[in-house]
Every structure is written in structure tokens, then in C-alpha cells.
Ligand binder design. Structure first.
Ligand code: PMP
Length: 415
């Protein structure tokens, strides 16, 4: 295929690929075709080098010390916070709490806000396409507070069914917690519309941004998001990087989640006073190198431009859906790339996804075959699991072709 054809969107994919050392690997003697970025993304050398340089040149713990290394580490960490805040349109860096990512962030909101403010009979509205990390923390808090969980249903196609929204978002609704982009179907819920319906009844809007933030331009103020979770490892950053955006009034009003060193002002035998946000939510030694690496990932994404990232994935997704359907696969989720992102789940012939993924692996093609931590959605789809190919800035139409070629080989194996 000509290089020009590989340039989907306005991203120069060839030069992007050259930044990712792992793409030179040849598993089973085959070219690596990495189609599992919804699970975790690969990392460019700019991120790897930043983390390595941090450990080689600057490593020290934050805040406490007055020596040069500690001042450098603290400045780098706080610069990372500024970058993440700007990346998501947060009005001020004190609204960005660092932690290990989406799972920890939702647990923080459910415990810090939910346990403080939810009462018996209050409702938390989720959707049938949530990841378990946006379900289980709410179940735990509902058990403790007497709050009730409700679920927005899906259409046959796999979009949110908003026809009965008014009967589901009511005066009893205190939280709307919804994914920004489905990790299984790619569906992009209409966040602005949902946020204004939730705000009209005084509910707090929590968005699981694990898949939204890496792949789309995001502005929390414009979208009306009260809490947004960020998983750095899915956006070219290190594992255990990321955090939580929270509206400052909400962060001020809620309780800390983890207690310990660094988050306190004063400690007495029977109580403590806490620092202002974000430090109130950052107990103990932080994931310093990871967040500094995330800042390098944000620089990288910004150099490409998030509009271009989204455009690139739209083109790849449309190409993949077309090729998969032509090959006889049943593709789940909306087909219109304006309302979906680049996680493409499908069912191929009668081959179980786990068997299929094993054959694809032999061809160097990495996909995920599982329930994708979305068992409620699997029940809706009527399948135990799906095979999922997911795309990012380094993927090309050639990768999609390699996937479809490998499917043909799998069919031959299982025929
Ligand atoms: N929500 C969604 C939609 C996800 O895709 C994932 C990761 N698979 C998570 C939450 C959990 O994110 P993390 O691993 O960063 O905690």
C-alpha cells in the first residue's frame, strides 16, 4: 500500500510509528499488529525517555525536602498537573487529582462524595454499557447508604435509548455516571444533553473518561461534566498514571478517600484537618514518574492535535467496519462513525472469541477477546464475549487488512 494511503486523517502515521519502539517486535516471526489500545496503549520513545530521564536525573520525593532534586521533581509533577488540566479544559489545576486512573477515580467519587451525600432512596443512574469499574463502586456505596441503582437502557444498535429519559432522570436522581465512550461498542453518548438533563434535577454528572479522553478533544466546562476520570495508560502514558477532574466546589465539600501522609494539615489523637484539593486526595508517596511521563504523552498528543487523532480513528473505524462486514463478521454497536469511536467489537462465524484471538496471535495480530469488564452489556448483546479490535494513532489500514487476512486463516483452521 502506498505511504500516502496510510496517512488517514492529517496524522503522518509513518513518522508516528517510528516513535514506538515496540512496533518493531515480531511475535511468532510476524510483524506486530497491535489492535488492543482500548486495553492499554503503546508508549512512544518520548514518554519512555522522559520516565527514564526522570529516574536518572531528578528522582526524589515531592514537597517535603528543600534540596534541588526534590524541587525539580515537585516542579515536574506540578507541571504535569497543569498540562493535564489544560488538556481537558479544566479551569484550574487544583481541580485535577492525580491517581492510578479510572478505577481509582470512580472509587474516590463514590466513596468521597457518595458516602457523604447519598441517602436512602436516592438514585444513581448508570447505563447498560458501563465498564465494571463504573458499576461495582456504586453498588458498594449503594449497599452502605441505601441508595438505589438504575440503568439507562440501550437501543438494539447499541446506543443509549433516551426515549424514557424523563422517567429515569427525576428529582430522586443524585448522580448520573456514564461512560464517555464505550470500551466495547465505541458508542459516544450525547454527554452534553445528558449533563443538562441531570443538572436540571440537581444531579452530579460523573463521566468515565477512560476511552473518551485518549481519543477525542474534551472540554469539561463545555460538556458540563462535574467529575471526569482519566486513564493515562490508555493515552500513550505510563501505567498507573492519570487521575480525576472534579468541580472545585464538589472537591471542597467531599471527604478524602485515602488517609495518610501529605494529605493532612494537622493530626490530633481523635481527628485531623486536611489540605486543600487536590492534595486532600493525594495521600502518601505519589506516582511521580508516571504522571511526569503522562505529561510527555499529552505533549505528544497535542503535537498531533486531538481533532486529527479523532479524524484518523474515524477513517480507520469506517474502513474496519466495512472490511469486517464484507468478511462475514457481525459488528456490534453503531455503524455511523460520527457517533462512535475506534473500538470495534465483532463476532466472526461460529468461532469463539478466545479461539479466534489465539489464531490471530499466531499471525502477530493482538486483539482482546473477553467480556471486556462489561457483563451487563454482554447480556444485552446476547453473547458471552466479543473479539475487539481497537485503534490508535499508530494504526493503519494495513493493520486492518492484516486482521481480516488473519480471520480468513482462522476460518480455515476451524472449518
Ligand atoms: N472504564 C472503561 C470504559 C475502560 O475501558 C477501562 C479500562 N479497560 C476502565 C474503566 C478501567 O480503567 P483503568 O484500568 O485505568 O482503571
Amino acid at each position: 500500500m502506498a505511504v500516502t494511503e496510510r496517512r488517514a486523517g492529517s496524522i503522518d502515521v509513518e513518522s508516528v510509528r517510528a516513535d514506538f519502539p515496540i512496533l518493531g517486535r515480531t511475535p511468532h516471526g510476524k510483524k506486530l499488529v497491535y489492535l488492543d489500545s482500548a486495553n492499554t496503549s503503546q508508549k512512544p520513545r518520548q514518554v519512555i525517555d522522559t520516565v527514564s530521564e526522570y529516574y536518572r536525573e531528578h528522582n526524589a520525593n515531592l514537597y517535603r525536602a528543600v534540596y534541588e532534586l526534590a524541587e525539580e521533581a515537585t516542579a515536574m509533577f506540578e507541571t504535569a498537573r497543569l498540562k493535564l488540566a489544560a488538556f481537558i479544559g479544566a479551569p484550574d489545576p487544583t481541580t485535577v487529582v492525580f491517581n492510578r486512573g479510572t478505577t481509582e477515580s470512580i472509587n474516590l467519587v463514590a466513596n468521597g462524595w457518595g458516602r457523604r451525600f447519598l441517602k436512602e432512596g436516592d438514585e444513581v443512574l448508570l447505563t447498560d454499557m458501563e465498564h465494571h469499574s463504573n458499576i461495582v463502586p456504586w453498588q458498594l456505596v449503594a449497599n452502605a447508604t441505601g441508595a438505589v441503582l438504575r440503568y439507562l437502557p440501550l437501543t438494539e444498535e447499541g446506543s443509549l435509548d433516551l426515549t424514557n429519559l424523563e422517567s429515569l432522570i427525576t428529582e430522586r436522581t443524585k448522580v448520573l455516571a456514564v461512560t464517555g465512550q464505550s470500551n466495547v461498542l465505541g458508542t459516544l453518548p450525547p454527554l452534553k444533553e445528558l449533563a443538562s438533563a441531570a443538572h436540571a434535577v440537581g444531579a452530579v454528572v460523573v463521566v468515565d473518561g477512560a476511552q473518551l479522553v485518549p481519543h477525542n478533544p474534551v472540554d469539561v466546562v463545555d460538556l458540563g461534566i462535574d467529575f471526569l476520570t482519566i486513564s493515562g495508560h490508555k493515552m500513550l502514558g505510563p501505567t498507573a498514571s492519570g487521575g480525576l477532574y472534579g468541580r472545585r466546589e464538589l472537591l471542597d465539600a467531599m471527604d478524602p478517600f485515602l488517609g495518610g501522609g501529605e494529605m493532612i494539615m494537622e493530626v490530633f489523637p481523635d481527628h485531623s484537618t486536611y489540605k486543600e484539593p487536590p492534595h486532600k486526595f493525594e495521600a502518601g508517596t505519589m506516582n511521580i514518574a508516571q504522571e511526569i511521563g503522562l505529561a510527555a504523552a499529552i505533549d505528544y498528543l497535542e503535537s498531533l492535535g486531538m481533532d486529527a487523532v479523532r479524524e484518523h480513528e474515524k477513517q480507520l473505524t469506517a474502513y474496519a467496519i466495512g472490511r469486517l462486514e464484507d468478511a462475514g463478521a457481525v459488528v456490534h454497536g453503531p455503524k455511523d462513525v460520527e457517533v462512535r469511536g475506534g473500538a470495534v467489537s465483532f463476532w466472526y462465524r461460529d468461532i469463539h472469541p478466545h479461539d479466534l484471538a489465539q489464531v490471530l496471535d499466531q499471525e502477530g495480530v493482538c486483539v482482546r477477546a473477553s467480556h471486556h469488564c462489561a457483563q451487563i452489556l454482554m447480556r444485552h448483546l446476547g453473547v458471552p464475549a466479543t473479539t475487539r479490535a481497537s485503534f490508535y494513532v499508530y494504526n493503519t489500514t494495513e493493520d486492518v487488512d492484516a486482521l481480516v487476512d488473519a480471520l480468513a486463516r482462522a476460518e480455515a483452521v476451524f472449518a
